[in-house]
Design a protein around this ligand. Structure first.
Ligand code: MG
Length: 256
């Protein structure tokens, strides 16, 4: 169920959100998978395959297969979709996806502890520049808190103020629910807040929440429809992205 009945529809009408140069940027909300970290290819995909192996299942997702499955958000739903597509009755596919998901999360935690999932180049520098200028940084993800928290702690320390995950907000992207929950918890103004995403589902969620969205895509999402984003780049090191944020950051506080 959506967290805030009615609010999604209200926000969905505000598709022209645009934080402009000179506007005082108040907060930036980051997606996790594919945005902060290259987690899909070397993290989640590997965790799913190990889960299948342990369960004695013949299923295996190679890079290309997994790329197509990324359109299904939520690990249990992604597995259920796959099983059903391969002939399993829907109820059984859903049950198996739900049963395997906790173990997949455990394996993902192990991979994170091993350092298999790393920040995307340039993203930490951007976050630090935002914090140095008094811009709050938050997270809105459909990932599970059990692996999101250790990942953020290992890779980003205590940089993020508010973290909303798919554990609390079960209405997954492209629903705006996770973004709306961050706005509700922080009181940040949507017209002074920017979302950073990597995928079509993520951009749609941010835009539906009334936020200006910047897209930094990766090898899996380079062909996604990212049309709703104000700026689309392939990397956080991109000068256009660095300049875009610089034009909207508050003036440096004296001594900062
Ligand atoms: Mg993503």
């Amino acid at each position: 169920m959506p967290c805030c009945p009615g609010s999604a529809a209200t926000f969905a009408q505000r598709k022209d959100a645009d934080v402009r140069p000179g506007d005082r940027l108040e907060a930036v909300i980051f997606d996790v998978d594919g945005t902060l970290v290259d987690s899909e290819r070397d993290g989640h995909r590997v965790a799913f395959n190990r889960t299948f192996e342990e369960a004695g299942l013949p299923d295996h997702w190679d890079l290309a297969t997994y790329g197509k499955l990324l359109r299904i958000t939520g690990g249990n739903r992604r597995m259920a979709h796959w099983f059903e597509r391969n002939g399993m009755p829907p109820a059984q596919a859903r049950e198996l996806g739900e049963r395997l998901h906790p173990r997949k999360t455990e394996i993902m935690r192990e991979l994170i502890a091993e350092g298999a999932v790393r920040p995307r180049p340039g993203v930490t520098a951007l976050i630090d520049a935002l914090i140095a200028r008094g811009v709050a940084v938050h997270v809105a993800t459909t990932g599970t808190r059990a692996w999101v928290d250790p990942l953020l702690e290992r890779s980003f320390g205590d940089r993020f103020d508010t973290v909303v995950t798919g554990t609390e907000v079960t209405d997954l992207k492209p629903s705006p629910a996770a973004y709306l929950e961050v706005l509700r918890l922080t009181g940040a103004s949507p017209s002074h807040t920017v979302a950073v995403e990597d995928s079509s589902n993520g951009v749609r969620a941010a835009v539906a929440a009334g936020l200006t969205c910047i897209a930094s895509y990766n090898s899996y999402t380079r062909d996604d429809d990212l049309e709703g984003a104000k700026l689309i780049v392939s990397s956080f090191d991109n000068p256009a992205l660095v300049g875009w944020f610089r034009q909207r950051m508050p003036q440096m506080v004296s001594g900062a």
